[in-house]
Design a protein around this ligand. Structure first.
Ligand SMILES: Cc1cc2nc3c(=O)[nH]c(=O)nc-3n(C[C@H](O)[C@H](O)[C@H](O)COP(=O)(O)OP(=O)(O)OC[C@H]3O[C@@H](n4cnc5c(N)ncnc54)[C@H](O)[C@@H]3O)c2cc1C
Length: 391
């Protein structure tokens, strides 16, 4: 008995450019896959893999040629993220954050800022992070309180604390959102480029359940003086700048989750054909087939949902609702797929170092950042019904 064809059968739907792109990405990801077990166990990101990711089209793909990128389509960048998610969610999330930072710089950076931050990031020489969340401002981002005090010199002094910031312990600069006047609400929020070596910046890495090789950090800003030339975009435009990257961020998570579901399908299928109980392979039991068929259906549906949103974006549609639907559906689907894969593997699927155990942990994270499932639902509800359930 052989496993159902779980490999790249779905590539048949793609054109040759896309197939070439994902094939090269998969080949590089296969090369770095042997690093996963130790990096995940130790909670360390092997930053030396990043230049190879950039060469495979990650991060650079999302940036236009004028700014030194490859100008790939949304579908192509999402396909890359599916491959990353299938291999290793910590790498997918790393690529996602670097892409976000690059997109913000490309959208709002001055020529000088692009030379100083964007070009070196795309060359793999610098690594940036993005900080909006605070201990008391999560889904309600507009309530952030990190203060950007304007000094007589024109510089700004940042004071506050950011929370859950991906890879801040590996970066050398960050995009920090702070308010120039708490009385202005969302209209006071402004983006700043903060060099990590500036006095007053302190990064505290925390251990987390999911995406363990990527770090999750508190960033303390204790009177950090930032020159006026490091403001990214205009005063008060920080939130709308962040929203410019929201669609691609949600799409990238969706595609990465589809990769997790695909990996769950592969792990469950290969275990089911090789493990024997009651004198025959698990694959021969109808209830095990049900689990695996369910994973396959979820994976296929997730792929259709994210690719449909990506194609809409590529046609110039707003697609904000479709990206929300995609993030909601794919992140929940990855959780269901990974849970079922653990069930197929039995106790083995719960053991540290087993791929199903990692997929289960990594899927769990996906419904939280880039807007929780609940926030996606509220966004979809508002679009359908014209009523905000938040404020
Ligand atoms: C692994 C990881 C990486 C992250 N990386 C970054 C990063 O790089 N940069 C960054 O700035 N942030 C990052 N975050 C933070 C992330 O964006 C927030 O966790 C997220 O926005 C949710 O905020 P919260 O965790 O404070 O949850 P809360 O906002 O406190 O929500 C808690 C629960 O309440 C629900 N809830 C909240 N409001 C409502 C409502 N109005 N209606 C219904 N339900 C509601 C939520 O859906 C959730 O279930 C990361 C988080 C994680 C887990």
């Amino acid at each position: 008995m052989t496993a159902p064809q779980a490999g790249p059968a779905h590539w048949a739907e793609l054109d040759q450019d896309c197939v070439g792109l994902v094939r090269r990405a998969r080949s590089y990801l296969d090369q770095i896959a042997p690093l996963i077990t130790a990096a995940d166990r130790d909670g360390t990101l092997p930053v030396e893999v990043i230049p190879g990711l950039l060469d495979a089209g990650f991060v650079r793909g999302a940036i236009g040629v004028r700014d030194g990128g490859l100008g790939l389509s949304h579908l192509q960048t999402a396909l890359l993220m599916e491959e990353a998610g299938r291999c290793w969610a910590s790498i997918r999330t790393t690529a996602n954050i670097l892409t976000l930072v690059a997109e913000l710089l490309s959208a709002a950076g001055s020529d000088e800022q692009k030379q100083r931050f964007l070009r070196p990031l795309l060359a793999g020489e610098r690594m940036g992070w993005f900080a909006i969340t605070e201990p008391e401002a999560g889904s309600d981002t507009a309530s952030l309180t990190t203060l950007a005090d304007r000094l007589p010199t024109g510089s700004y002094r940042l004071t506050g604390r950011k929370a859950y910031i991906t890879n801040a312990s590996y970066g050398d600069f960050g995009v920090v959102l702070a308010t120039v006047d708490p009385g202005l609400g969302a209209r006071g929020i402004t983006a700043f480029l903060v060099e990590q070596e500036t006095p007053g910046v302190r990064v505290v890495a925390r251990r987390q359940l999911s995406v363990r090789a990527a770090s999750c950090c508190d960033v303390v800003l204790d009177g950090v003086v930032v020159p006026a030339g490091n403001m990214l975009g205009d005063v008060g435009r920080g939130l709308s700048l962040a929203m410019r990257a929201v669609n691609s961020g949600r799409l990238n998570v969706s595609a990465g989750c589809t990769g997790i579901a695909q990996a769950a399908l592969e792990a469950a299928s290969s275990h089911a054909v090789s493990r024997t109980q009651f004198g025959k392979p698990l694959a021969g039991f109808q209830l095990v087939q049900q689990l695996i068929a369910d994973i396959a259906v979820q994976t296929n549906a997730a792929r259709q949902v994210y690719q449909s949103a990506a194609r809409l974006l590529d046609r110039g549609a707003d697609a904000r609702v479709e990206c929300s639907m995609s993030k909601y559906f794919c992140s929940e689907a990855a959780n269901q797929a990974a849970t079922k894969a653990v069930q197929v593997l039995g106790a083995a699927g719960l053991m540290e170092g087993n791929v199903a155990e990692r997929l289960f942990r990594d899927a769990r994270e996906a419904t939280i950042p880039e807007g929780t499932s609940q926030m996606q639902v509220l966004q979809i509800g508002r679009a359908l019904l014209g009523v905000s359930a938040v404020r």
